[in-house]
Design a protein around this ligand. Structure first.
Ligand SMILES: Cc1cc2nc3c(=O)[nH]c(=O)nc-3n(C[C@H](O)[C@H](O)[C@H](O)COP(=O)(O)OP(=O)(O)OC[C@H]3O[C@@H](n4cnc5c(N)ncnc54)[C@H](O)[C@@H]3O)c2cc1C
Length: 405
């Protein structure tokens, strides 16, 4: 199939080359479905995106035959999530008892991960990735979506397909085009991201809270730092920058001197949204990942959930798409399977967010965190929720997997 044509017909068009879209495209192509993934950016080099690949996702990579390739890419493993709450040091989640092949969260720049999946995709006959192409709307005939409209440097185009999968993130064009409106659960928090230089062999606590929330991800040559602030409070003024430097120095005194080198241009503001669609599908369209349920960074679980949606959708719809357009009932079955794990995690995130916004240098950790730290066996529960999600998916259905063993 050539990608550079004005009108194209495929079995399935996946809008968005993020974690959900690429995994879904790869699996559909492997199932014999001619699939086009459309990504508006020319590359995956977007910093300050989620970086965490969870144990359940690593099991999926093993099932896809990609785990070995994944492990040779630059990454850092974490077996426990620890938090420094003012002067208290706590263990919050423990992955060491998970029933997975790797019992760690791996931190990997998201572009490395997406490149890996895209490379695996283009090795498949039925997979095409169209970059630098934006989906601007859907094509509808007799109330049924039959494709998408695209815009790129080559001009406008149209792609016709049996199914449009909207994996285009929290500002999804696809869902807007078909009139699916998400329900807002909470917009309490924004996140400021910036990079700081690292002194050789230096380590920093991964997460610090109490006087304010800071995450420091070790990138080898520096730290990628995230700081949670109440939603809508950042005005990018010189005064706000001075206050930020002071706040970070109060939370993490070891960063005080380095904060002086951070200017307004070095800061990125990411607005956190917690939303979900009451209905994930319309005739000829299914939304998955953040397009169906925008996740907060709390717990760092959005990528894992988006990928699990993708796996369920591709596994269940792949055999159908080889033959025909999935029915409304078949599309709704994907929502039934995936909506409650997303809703339950969003419920937890809503309760965590106020802790991330705590702003008292004399506070003690909230009781649930102290209990988890006091009774280490309890840390396995958040370890399970973060590491596996609530309904881990597999490339093949469980019954089939068991029969194969
Ligand atoms: C500040 C912040 C930090 C986070 N940190 C983490 C973390 O550490 N770990 C974690 O697991 N989750 C994290 N998350 C959540 C995570 O980023 C998302 O849940 C996850 O990326 C969702 O994946 P997705 O594939 O559904 O959507 P996305 O990753 O948003 O991918 C959507 C893709 O679609 C493309 N696209 C959009 N519109 C169009 C269009 N019209 N045409 C063509 N292409 C289009 C976009 O360019 C993008 O590549 C974080 C979220 C925020 C806001």
């Amino acid at each position: 199939m050539t990608a550079n044509v004005k009108t194209l017909t495929v079995d399935c068009v996946v809008v968005g080359g993020g974690p959900a879209g690429l995994i879904c495209g790869l699996m559909l192509a492997r199932a014999g479905v001619e699939t086009l993934v459309i990504e508006k950016h020319s590359d995956f080099l977007r910093d300050f995106r989620g970086d965490t690949i969870h144990p359940a996702t690593q099991d999926l990579l093993a099932e896809l035959g990609l785990l070995e390739d994944f492990l040779v890419l630059p990454h850092a493993d974490m077996a426990q999530v620890t938090l420094r709450w003012n002067s208290d040091q706590l263990v919050l989640a423990d992955f060491s008892h998970l029933p997975t092949s790797r019992r760690v969260i791996s931190f990997m720049p998201q572009w490395e991960f997406l490149d890996l999946i895209a490379r695996a995709g283009v090795r498949e006959d039925g997979f095409t990735l169209l970059r630098s192409t934006e989906v601007t709307g859907v094509v509808t005939e007799a109330g049924q979506v039959v494709g998408v409209r695209t815009r790129s440097g080559d001009g406008d185009g149209e792609v016709r397909a049996r199914l449009v999968i909207g994996a285009d993130g929290r500002d999804s064009t696809v869902r807007r085009a078909v009139g699916l409106v998400p329900r807002t659960l909470a917009n309490a928090m924004d996140v400021l991201w910036f990079r700081l230089p690292k002194v050789a062999a230096e380590t920093l606590p991964f997460a610090q809270a109490g006087a304010g929330f800071v995450i420091a991800i070790d990138r080898g040559d520096g730290f990628q730092v995230a700081h949670a602030i109440p939603a809508g409070t950042w005005d990018a003024s010189p005064e706000a920058l001075i206050a930020l430097r002071r706040r970070i120095a109060r939370i993490a005194p070891e960063l005080r001197a380095r904060m002086e080198s951070v200017g307004l241009d070095d800061l990125r503001l990411l607005r956190v949204r917690l939303e979900r669609l009451p209905q994930w599908s319309a005739r000829g369209v299914l939304c998955i990942g953040d397009a169906a349920h925008a996740m907060s960074p709390a717990g760092g679980v959005g990528i894992n959930l988006a990928i699990q949606d993708a796996v369920a959708a591709a596994r269940e719809l792949g055999p159908v798409l080889r033959e025909r357009t999935p029915s409304t009932r078949e599309l709704r079955a994907i929502q039934r399977r995936r909506a409650w794990p997303a809703a339950a995690i969003q419920w937890i995130q809503q309760r965590i967010q106020p802790m991330l916004l705590a702003d008292d240098p004399h506070s003690r950790p909230p009781l649930p965190l102290r209990l988890i730290d006091r009774f280490p066996v309890l840390a396995r529960v958040p370890g399970h929720i973060i590491g596996m999600g609530l309904r881990p998916e597999h490339i093949r259905r469980r019954r089939t997997l068991r029969r194969m063993r």
